[in-house]
Write a protein that binds this ligand. Sequence first.
Ligand SMILES: CC(C)(COP(=O)(O)OP(=O)(O)OC[C@H]1O[C@@H](n2cnc3c(N)ncnc32)[C@H](O)[C@@H]1OP(=O)(O)O)[C@@H](O)C(=O)NCCC(=O)NCCS
Length: 189
Amino acid sequence: MGNPCEPGSGDSKAKTVKQSMVTISQVMMPHHANPAGSIHGGVIMQMVDNAAGVVAARHTRSNVVTVSVDQIDFFNPSFIGTLVVIKASINLVGNTSMEIGARVEAENLMTGKVIHVVSAYLTFVALSTDYKSMKVCPLILETSEEKRRNMEAQERRSARLAAFQKKNRKVEKAERPHSPVNYWNKDKT
Ligand SMILES: CC(C)(COP(=O)(O)OP(=O)(O)OC[C@H]1O[C@@H](n2cnc3c(N)ncnc32)[C@H](O)[C@@H]1OP(=O)(O)O)[C@@H](O)C(=O)NCCC(=O)NCCS
């Protein structure tokens, strides 16, 4: 698979925010909860990572990986029986990375009341088939809200990268397995 942003590719156009945004909902069950009936934070975080990954994959039509998750604050608990709704959309593209914002709400299915549970910002990197980071297609900002989110995301990106560089971590690169299993196949539906 070639780089989808290279000229001549069938998928070379810039994309709007709407083209990749997603809403994923799931009713919380006993296996999602602790003995007191409130939902594990890790369950919500997995759903957030999953929804953000869908947005990143839709925008790039490539394999994507989570490279960083900003601080996650839980404003409210959610409970067994509530409908957890994750709304995720792309805020910003860099060169090979992109920021996805996710808002989590919990709907009480008996009353219809909706509360805000979590907001999170995740950075994903697009990978080519040989697992190298790959240029991300440009983003078209259409609404004033999308433009505001983009400006705020630029500030977060600068702060995030400055904080990361300050840590000055020397990380050894992992070797890829020789025959990685890849379930994403453009020929399959
Ligand atoms: C993602 C990965 C391939 C990037 O490796 P790399 O290409 O050598 O990294 P680079 O330093 O060139 O950075 C690539 C992009 O990520 C961004 N990035 C890297 N570290 C980051 C961090 N801690 N926070 C935010 N962004 C970061 C860089 O700014 C760059 O973005 P840009 O191209 O838009 O400017 C590599 O770090 C990796 O494989 N990480 C593990 C991912 C993973 O397994 N996630 C969990 C499961 S999905």
